[in-house]
Design a protein around this ligand. Sequence first.
Ligand SMILES: Cc1cc2nc3c(=O)[nH]c(=O)nc-3n(C[C@H](O)[C@H](O)[C@H](O)COP(=O)(O)O)c2cc1C
Length: 605
Amino acid sequence: MNSEKTIELLKQHNLLKIIDDELDIYLEVPHIAYIEVKTADSKAILFTNVVDKKNNKKFDEPVLMNVFCNAKAVELLIGDADKIAKEIEGLLKMKPPSGFMDKLSMFGQLFNLKSVFPKRTNSKGECQEVIKTGNQAKLSELPVLTTWEQDGGPFITMGQVYTTSLDGTMHNVGMYRLQVFDDQTLGMHWQIHKDSNHFFHEYKKAGKKMPVSIGIGGDPMYIWCGQAPLPIGVFELMLYGFVKKENAKLVKSITNDIYVPHDVDYVIEGFVDVDNLRIEGPFGDHTGYYTLEEDYPFMEVTAITHKKEPVFAATVVGKPPLEDKYMGYATERIFLPLLQTTAPDLIDYYMPENGVFHNLILGKIKTAYPGHAQQIMHAFWGVGQMSFVKHALFVSQDAPELHSDEVIPYILNRFDTENILITKGVVDALDHSSPKFAVGGKLGIDCTGDEIDSCEVDILDDIVLLEKMKNISNDIKDLKQYHKDTKSPIVVISVDKKRSQKELIDELKPLNKHIKILAIVDEKNNHLNNPYMLLWRVVNNIDSNRDIYIDGKTVAIDATNKNSYDNFQRRWPDDVTCTKSVLDDLKNRGILDIKDEFIEKWGLI
Ligand SMILES: Cc1cc2nc3c(=O)[nH]c(=O)nc-3n(C[C@H](O)[C@H](O)[C@H](O)COP(=O)(O)O)c2cc1C
């Protein structure tokens, strides 16, 4: 399915907005897409009149954003995730057939696998209708967006990065952001743990330039495959064939030997210099924080090819919820049977989007023995990209559905500080709170046991508890309690931070009989009435080795921004926010219609 068919399909299902107003690639287009995807019935957007105001340039091609705008769009473009998961489960559990019908069904399953392997063709692809090489290939001819004010420049945000191992036996497609430095130089943000980075080191060791081709557009399934966390050596386009029951068709790039899908809209070809790195970033990322400048490899562009009438695909990342919420749901479902091969007693799992995926996972298990939950936590922390998960919370088979609100009281009624496991390991390269890059605290909470006996907390009214706290320290500005009807109510306080919160937590100890779980956030940029964004903040901002304080049955969590008071040596990044003047201007021009409550709810500015 190419871009035209995708657009048609989205239109047919009333999932597409077309915006013909003139809009700038600098902030305007991405701000509109960012806001749209947070609305209740969000749609994909086709921007047909895109300009680069700074360089006084108008683009012929439209920009397509938010294709994975909601669950319906994902089902349309990828398929029924539960059904796909069942098929994978069927294959993984395949046993020798016992009867004739069994044999038939197994034959069917294996026959389907024929479509898994991508097919190479010798002819040119749709993506090569227009070919520009050498100095004719100019990245500035593409409508590459600058999403956020503090971004280091324009970034390609929906690039399918195709690479191969040095010996050519392994192929990979990864979705990584790509910073445009100039017409022929493109940053490759493959993080330290990712497959293309492993390939890069093979080329570097051999002293050879690394060929890379980047596809943009075509079947949205390609980009979904690019973000799928498959192990190294498994080409993600096999997932395309498995799901679509049709081989991905590939053509050779013009100036290197990398094969790319024939029907993408653009291909950027080139070679990565293995001897030099360049400062990449900052970039407002899907954690809702900026990732700060770091050294990354870059590609020297040798060709840009495209369809005669291409569509430029882009996405926007920032604070949740965004497209990755919907893409992530399909990934979560489809990977369940694969995870079960490592943890057979795992019934289900859920990575809430406001935990930005790697910051929080809920797991439901068939608990069979003491320490079972901890065993599975360790398994998770040792397997592929699951090892990035910072906080894991496990419940037993009798727990409510993990995506439901009912699971919260179930957890809080079983929460006991004795069942907290704190350890250390690999964390996502984007994690800003760990004291060191890519390694930090891991927190596991085992709530698989019985409900705790009684509520030992002497619960006070918010006003009374706040007053008592303020009598101890005037750093404390506000307080709100959540889930007071459970055995582990949560007290959230906001502070004007002037010192290490360890001191404050020690001072508050006399009030511990009124507190089971205490979470501390900064007064600035946090609203205590917004639990969705509070959870986002807390799991983002903590490193469990530094920020969890257990005192008997009470646990305090310091979720404030870290700085020299905490002996934090790295730079703490800013939150990702929209530019107010851009929002105001879009409102004045009648292109955007948002209320102040919406702005506050999603922490837009
Ligand atoms: C919107 C979006 C943007 C992403 N950007 C990056 C990125 O810039 N760098 C990166 O290493 N991973 C990024 N990822 C995650 C990777 O796509 C994901 O980890 C993928 O499985 C990597 O594939 P690989 O293991 O084949 O390298 C992004 C994911 C999404 C959904």
